[in-house]
Ligand binder design. Structure first.
Ligand code: SIN
Length: 315
């Protein structure tokens, strides 16, 4: 690479889809950490990100789980938010009109209790202006049946097929770390037509309030996120990467470009920032700058060249 040339950060998260899902850089928000974007776009320049992933929408409005819903833990946090959202109609009426102004692809996170609910949501979002893709939240640990789809390959396959048949939007399947081996689930998602995979959602955990002698969180258990879980996420990405041909989006405990590069070198083409958005809403932007700096200093012309490089036999 010529010393002063700008390395390419661009990525296509849906190379198997005619439309593709083209991002100018691999850095996204993680669902549930920046709402539906309107408020987040007032505190950071979302146009500098690769894509915005919304909070999860369900067919009907939900008010979420009992409080307290969050608690800090060593190097992370536990949440049991419970997917509060305005329902698909509320989303289309109140939130979707803002998305075109972001200037980047918006990926809508969807969740249902049944295959039919996933099918319904996908058909409602098909052709909506400003929507570039879907992320199926098959892995929420905080609602009834929230993780069933990402822990049973046959169910995941059925839901993925139903979504893919109901929309031309590329589908990213968000998988759960609450399994012993993610590989068969990942392969099932690919075979059913997923464009890409997000690895991973949060890990089920809990905290006891020793004064009250009760679980701290209103929902009793919740999803552990933050830097504490990053080594687990990197491990899952590294294990799944050789088994599939579709892109992986890495998520879990990413705070800076070095964390992002761990996921990328393990095999992720894209990355998502979640918990750290609560600390520094500009985290995604500084990761974009950090990736560019790294590639320049290493004289690498494209981020794609380092995707999965940790698998190479020789340095
Ligand atoms: C929630 O709303 O409970 C968090 C979403 C998730 O973990 O999928």
């Amino acid at each position: 690479m010529v010393a002063d040339s700008v390395p390419s950060l661009s990525v296509n998260l849906a190379p198997n889809y005619e439309s593709g899902l083209l991002l100018t850089n691999p850095v996204m928000t993680a669902s549930g950490t920046s709402g539906f974007g309107e408020d987040f776009s007032k505190i950071t320049d979302v146009s500098g990100l690769g894509a915005f992933v919304t909070k999860t929408v369900t067919p009907k409005k939900r008010s979420g789980n009992p409080t307290p819903r969050t608690v800090e833990t060593p190097s992370g946090m536990i949440n049991s938010i419970g997917l509060p959202n305005p329902g698909i109609q509320g989303l289309l009426d109140q939130e979707a009109p803002h998305w075109e102004s972001f200037g980047i692809p918006v990926i809508v996170s969807i969740s249902g209790y049944s295959v039919d609910e996933f099918r319904y949501l996908a058909s409602c979002l098909d052709g909506i202006e400003g929507v570039a893709g879907l992320e199926a939240n098959f892995s929420c640990p905080n609602v009834d049946k929230g993780m069933e789809f990402a822990t049973q390959a046959d169910l995941l396959s059925e839901a993925t097929t139903a979504i893919v048949e109901s929309t031309s939007l590329p589908l990213i399947a968000k998988l759960s770390p609450n399994v012993t081996d993610m590989r068969p689930i990942a392969v099932a998602a690919q075979e059913a037509g997923a464009a890409a995979l997000t690895i991973m959602n949060t890990i089920v955990g809990m905290k006891i309030d020793v004064i009250r002698r009760r679980p701290f969180i209103g929902g009793v258990t919740g999803g552990l996120s933050g830097p504490a879980i990053r080594p687990i996420g990197v491990r899952f990405v590294y294990q799944v990467y050789p088994e599939i041909d579709i892109p992986i989006v890495g998520a879990g405990g990413i705070r800076d470009s070095s964390d992002a590069l761990e996921y990328i070198m393990a095999g992720a083409s894209g990355i998502q920032v979640g918990t750290n958005n609560f600390v520094h809403p500009d985290t995604g932007l500084s990761i974009v700058a950090g990736l560019e700096k790294f590639l320049k200093s290493e004289e690498v012309s494209s981020v794609q060249e380092v995707v999965g490089i940790a698998h190479a036999e020789q340095y």
